[in-house]
Design a protein around this ligand. Sequence first.
Ligand code: GDG
Length: 470
Amino acid sequence: MRRLKRPLIVVANRLPVSRGPDGWEASAGGLVTALRPVIEEVGGAWIGYDDDPDEVPARVDGLACELHPVSLSEEQFHGYYHGFANRTLWPLFHDLVVEPVIDRRWWQSYVEVNRRFGEVLARVVKETDGEPVLWIQDYHLMMLPGIARGLVPEAPIGFFLHIPFPPPELVARLPWRDQLLQGLLAADAIGFHTRQYRDNFVRSVQRLFSGVTALGDKLILPDGRQVRAVAHPISIDVDEFSELAVSDATNQEMEELSEQFAGRTVFLGVDRLDYTKGIRHRLQSIELLLERRPELRGQLAFVQIAVPSRDDVKEYRELRTEVETEVGRINGRFTEPGHDVPVHYLYRGVPRESLAAYYRLADVMCVTPLKDGMNLVAKEFVTVQAAAEGAGVLLLSEFCGTAQEFGDDAVRTNPFDVEGQSYLMESALELDHLERAARMRRMAGSVRDADVYRWVSDELAGIEPGSRGP
Ligand code: GDG
């Protein structure tokens, strides 16, 4: 893995820590895991929001970086996070799955909060020994590269977008599109999950600003400055998930689940409860399948783990009601007295061992988002299944980044076609066991070849100093 020589400063909406029963601890998650060895080697800092900034410790065990909380007023956080980030950018960048809200006050808060992050960043850069590399994460902070460039002109700046970048026709709807893209273009390198998102970005830039030339992975701006725009698919820690797959705790969970679901074919969904994830469409496909094939009614179980998310936002509360109505309707229609329900709905996250056990248990994993930047659940599923020598089927939406990596080894679905998707669910059950196992091994192999360490390494290697001059 290519290593940085300079200290690294990561800036993200949130700090990578949370308060557990035994005090503050590093959060579990791909980004933190992948950065841990890099930060250990070069040292560094992490800047992010926390709603309890005075309580956040300077460091936590197991994460060799300084923590710098950004404090925001309730009103600032509301306008920036619940408003502009999650009700304007999120739906706009996910192809208008719901209509984005355009609100000038939210935009003002967004800019204000990005400036606030900039102030903290400038202070941290000043306090850091050596010349740090700055790595800014995601759609919450798209103005920050520009702000940081003004405050610390010499620092190399990278930006990574974790959600899709939409086509220019959609970007055009944003009244502040020019400012937002100018903000991003101040970075030295801008990373996207896929080539398609990267190309959408380049097309938007060329449509909005004249005199920009695209040359290989570089954009040459009218003033001669060069910016890299690259596709680096994010991934997971494959060794960690492979070990988790067969750990004692997971085996124990698996034993219990196998007993509970004995004799039944298990379909599984694991998502944040988000309208981009296609949960309602998925439930409707299950309903059609049970309607068409009465003999499956006692035999099929659909488990949906729905992790609560953004419940301060109206559209998310409405989605919860719709999903729960749908679950109630299906169970009301198809449950036989004295027998188990067809849909098992968990409105909560489960511990990692349980999650791995569910991945192992699933005969068909339904990853069917209407739009999703990448989708790590799909990568975790194939990794866990392969480690446990499973032969489950992955039903995978063609509208997520992961679909580009798995080709025809997944059963590809268009989740908008609810009926078509119900036929694909049915066909997944008919795939030959050896064929399924072979597909699983190939998909897991491709995740192993491009794991999260590779992603970090490619990203950081791209944010090189010296590429900014004419
Ligand atoms: C955004 C983009 C992109 C889920 N349920 C439980 C649980 N999880 C964990 C999974 C997985 C993570 O949450 C979800 O990651 P995804 O990638 O699927 O989706 P988003 O949260 O929407 O993430 C997405 C990602 O950023 C990275 O760039 O792939 O496109 O939308 O790791 O394991 N974990 C536990 N219990 C659960 O019940 N412990």
